[in-house]
Ligand binder design. Sequence first.
Ligand code: UD1
Length: 420
Amino acid sequence: MDKLVIEGGAKLKGEVTVSGAKNAVLPILAATLLTDEPCVIKGVPNLRDTNSMLKILRSLGKVAEFDKGKVGVCAGKASSYIASYKLVSTMRASFCVLGPLLGKLKKAKVSLPGGCVIGVRPVDLHLKGIKALGADVSIESGYVVAKANKLHGAYIYLGGVYGSSVLATDNVMMAAVLAHGKTVIESAACEPEVVDLAEFLIKMGAKIKGHGTPVIEIEGVKNLHGAVHSIISDRIEAGTLILASLITAGDVLIKNAQYKHLGALLDKLDEAGAHISRLDGALHVKGNKKLRAINITTLPYPGFPTDMQAQMMSLMSVTGGISVITEKIYPDRFMHVSELNRMGAQIQREGPHAIVEGVKNLSGAPVMASDLRASAGLVLAGLSARGETSISRIYHLERGYEFIEEKLINLGAKVWREKE
Ligand code: UD1
């Protein structure tokens, strides 16, 4: 296993290009199960998670080729309807093969993904949605087994205790595109990645309206065909790079970044006093200003993303004043708190709140990554800390950040990899 070592203190300077969105590409790859014709997906990030999804597609009988940011998925019929525990347990997003398998083959057997370190992650909304479409659903030996002679359109309220669900919306949308009649998903997730999936499905011949709003309408069609699609840029990577620039008081032009997808984050950073120029397809961060502490509450899109919470906590750790960070999507997503405190941060956890008292400097320390975004938060802390930080279990970072070391090194960061 590798660890990432960072010598803190370098100001990031220069230009960096954001990769394609992990959370868009995974369901879009799953959606290729809905057709036997070839699909070409462009701008695919070379990530551990992308490779996991390609493995699952291959295990289901697809021919999936990955070539420098372009995936050609060619296929005859998906020959299997079973997604194994071995593959699904490596990545929760693989559960989104359920909808397309059911839609296309009218049967699916997909391993339950289980919980993860950021908390209990149920799939009740996914199951509620496909049951409403007419699937007969049972849980057998850790697998969801879903069957239907015919799927029919339905009115489905898909809101849960924590609001809308991204992957449940994706799954139900993908099952409904080949159902008979009209489906209405109310309390649908509005994330840009859901919109990107809907756009891809439309290119394949699906009839979808309202994506990007809480009410999505789908008119079922008989068949879908192949399509060519380019993945949107990764707003969470863009946000992470913005905060990396700010925490090092750097000066960075972030290309392939859509400010329209980053409204809540940029608004909060404006409030903190940051200087960020919104350009056409890019953002320019000048991190030379002293920031103020701000309060954050994570919410479904267009609210503040939970996937930016850990990184924001690192920034607030070295920002004068007290900020309160409230996690409303995953109330237990605070594994990074103790690691940041090991670096000298002053953070107290109280239920779903973290109270952060900004300190002048963090000091480098050995820390451990617990999940993807927590590791990004620790990288930011390491970039700003005095001395050396070594982050173990860095494979978490590889799940969602393409070429992150190279990108940071090109911006002047002192980062390298060592064997643990
Ligand atoms: C997606 C993202 C992930 C992000 C999360 C929240 C992908 C591949 N992953 O995950 O990066 O952190 O959205 O923005 O797109 N819930 C239920 N029942 C369900 C499903 C979800 O109660 O059946 C709850 C979850 O536990 C959570 C909330 O709903 O509290 C939102 O989760 P959800 O949007 O489903 O997350 P994912 O789609 O798994």
